[in-house]
Ligand binder design. Sequence first.
Ligand code: MHF
Ligand code: KIV
Ligand code: MG
Length: 280
Amino acid sequence: MAKITIQTLREKKARKEPMTFLTGYDYPFALLEQKAGIDVILVGDSIGMVVYGYNSTLPVTMDLMMPHVKAVRLGAPDAYLVGDMPYMSYQVSKSEAIRNAGRFMAEGECDAVKLEGGREVAETIRAMADATIPVMAHMGLTPQSVAQLGGYKAQGRDLATAKKLIEDADILQEAGASSLLLEAVPAEVAAIITQRSRVPVFGIGAGPHVDGQVLVIHDMLGMFDRGTAKFVKKYRLIGQQILEALAEFKEDVTAKRFPAKEHCYPMPEDVAAELKKLYS
Ligand SMILES: Nc1nc(=O)c2c([nH]1)NC[C@@H]1CN(c3ccc(C(=O)N[C@@H](CCC(=O)O)C(=O)O)cc3)CN21
Ligand SMILES: CC(C)C(=O)C(=O)O
Ligand SMILES: [Mg+2]
């Protein structure tokens, strides 16, 4: 597989070839995603919920993210790798945003960073783009604003908020966003934004008309069951399979079926006999 760049994503959009986009947080999953030819891997701040067990994404920091980004890059050298900017890593000032995004790009070898928001982040995106950083703008349901939104709810479902989303998409592209991600918005809104956009548009819970489909890897593998969103398709129930393996291990040990001979280190019979004599 050749390295996937922003140019690859633009070409696939132009050819209307649907793109695949998953989160990834560690080396083993990154290896598998690379093997499967997944186009985009996001080290999402969802890591706070699916890997660290927090109740929201808000406690996630740059220092928590960095080792995970490095591990994913090692497992998936060809993917378009995106670092998800944590809560308060880009909101305080443009210079903090550039400094933190620069860590994802330089230390983490990312291809882009992602941040959440509409027109209110336009000038931040402009400053980052001017500083050579490719930015993916995450719009619609923006989980870092959960306290303002009053829960994880779909966005843009009435005429006024739908129009605002479409306008925001235009504003953020004009500001220099190099791709868009729409979360939990009606398919009709996402279709209009995708059709108007010169940049690739990815969707999670944004219907079939976007340029690429996003899922959280733990959700699609059935490894996260604290309130899964409506947009999740569970392709496997890996959590259940892991649980069954653990139960079998426990049964084996309890019944003294494990370890078997093939799991033990042999010793010459005469030495074993001598040893037994010495310590009996
Ligand atoms: N594992 C995981 N997957 C995610 O997709 C995800 C996270 N974590 N953490 C942060 C947010 C939370 N997400 C969500 C959660 C729920 C809905 C959802 O479909 N909500 C319902 C019910 C909302 C309500 O309670 O009223 C909806 O119909 O909007 C969408 C996105 C997406 N993000
Ligand atoms: C759900 C995706 C888009 C995300 O932002 C994350 O995983 O953190
Ligand atoms: Mg995120």
